[in-house]
Design a binder for this molecule. Sequence first.
Ligand code: ADP
Length: 445
Amino acid sequence: MSSRLVIVANRVPNPKDRGATAGGLAVALHDAVAQREAMWFGWSGQTAEATAERPAEVVQGRLTYATLDLGREAYTRYYQGFANAVLWPTLHYRLGLARFQREDYIGYRAVNAAFAAALAPLLRPGDLVWTHDFHLFPFGRELRRLGCTQRQGFFLHVPFPPFGLFCALPRAEELLADLAAYDVIGVQTEDDAANLRGALEAVGQGEAARRVAAFPVGIDADAFLRLAERALSRVETRRFEQSLVGRALVMGVDRLDYTKGLPQRFAGYAQLLARFTTNRGRATYLQVTPVSRGDVAQYRSLRRELDEWAGRINGQYAEPDWVPLRYMTRPVQRPVLAGFMRLARVGLVTPLRDGMNLVAKEYVAAQNPADPGVLVLSRFAGAAPSMPGALLVNPLDPDEIAESLDAALSMPREERVARWQANRPAVWEASARAWSQSFLAALEG
Ligand code: ADP
C-alpha cells in the first residue's frame, strides 16, 4: 500500500470544483490524488477576524480537504504583502517592483508557523508531505521544529533567479535555509535548478543543493484536446467563429499580471499593423485577461495601461467592419477557451518570465494536427526549451513580436504541421501525470 499523500498549498481546491472547472494544481495532481489516500491542506480562500487554529475538514472517500481561514492582518502581511508584493516580483526577476516591509516578512513566517502547527497533529508517521510554491518556503522547517520526521518535498512553480538577484531580497539566506529542510526540492527547468543550486551553495547549503532537481510541470493533453474538439459544436464557439468572417485569429490567454508581458505584446501587435500592412483587416487578435490580484496597486496601474493600449490600437486601425483587437477582462470558462484556442491560427504567449506557462501547452494540445496553428512563445517561459517548433521571441522587443506574428500568419500548412509535430512531445510526454509521478518517486526515495 502506498503511503498517504499530504499536499500543502496556499490555496486548496474547492471540493465542489471538479473536472473542467478545477484550477491548475488540482488538475496536475489529479492522478496522484486518485491513486492513494490523500489530504489537501492549506488556506480556505476566506478571511476571518483571526487565523483559525484548527482546520475545517471535508472528507470525500479517501480524500480529505483540511482548510484554515486566514486572519485579515495575516492576509495583508503574508499573502498581499510578502508573498505577492515581494517574492512574486523577485522570483520573476523584477526586483524594482518588490516592496519589502519587515512586518510583512514577520507575518509571512507567522502564517507558515501557524499552518505547520495546525497540520502537525493531523500527520501520521508514514505520510509523504508535498508543499507547493513560494507562499510556503518556511513551512517544512516549521514542521521539523515541531518534531515531524516525515519525508517532505517542496515544488516551486515559479522561476528561481540567479543568486546575484535573489540575494538582494532581505532575509534571502533565511529563506534558503528554509528550503534546505526539504528532502526533495523541485523546480520547473534546468536553468531554475542551476540558479537554486548556486544560491544554496553560496550560503553554505551545498548539501541541500544536491537535493534540487527539475520536474517540468505539464497538462493532461488528451483531456484538453477532447475539450477543444467538443467545444467546436458549442454555440459560443460557433458564434465566435462566425464573427471572425474568415479572418485569422491571434489569441492570448493570461491572468492580468505584469509578468505576462502584455503592454509589450500589445505594442508588438500594433507594430504588426503598422509595418506589415497586409495583415490589416485580415487578422483579429483576441486577448482574454481576467483581472487577478485587483487589490494590489501595481495590478491596477497595469490594467489602466492595457485599457489605453487597447483604445489606441482600435482607435487607430479599426474599420467600420473590423476591430483589430478584442480585449476582455472578464473570465471565460475553460471549455469555451479551449474551443477558441482550437480556432486560433496563432497562439501568442509572451511572458517576460514564467515558471512554465501552461497556456502554451494547452494551445498546442488544442490544435487540429492536420491544420494546426503556430505558437509564438517567449524565450523566457519555462516551456520554451522544450518547444522546438515554436517561434521564439524576446518578449521585450515589440518589433520581434511583430515579425514573428507576420511569419506565423503567412506560414504554409506543411511548415505549421512540422512545427506542431516538433512541439508535440513536450506536451504529451511531459504531462501532468509524468510530473507528479516523477516528483513522488523522488520523494519516496
Ligand atoms: P499562471 O499560473 O501564471 O496563471 P499558466 O499559464 O501556467 O500561468 O497557467 C494558467 C492557467 O489558467 C491555464 O490552465 C489557463 O488555461 C488558465 N487561464 C488563464 N487565463 C484564463 C482565462 N482568461 N480564463 C480561464 N482560464 C484561464
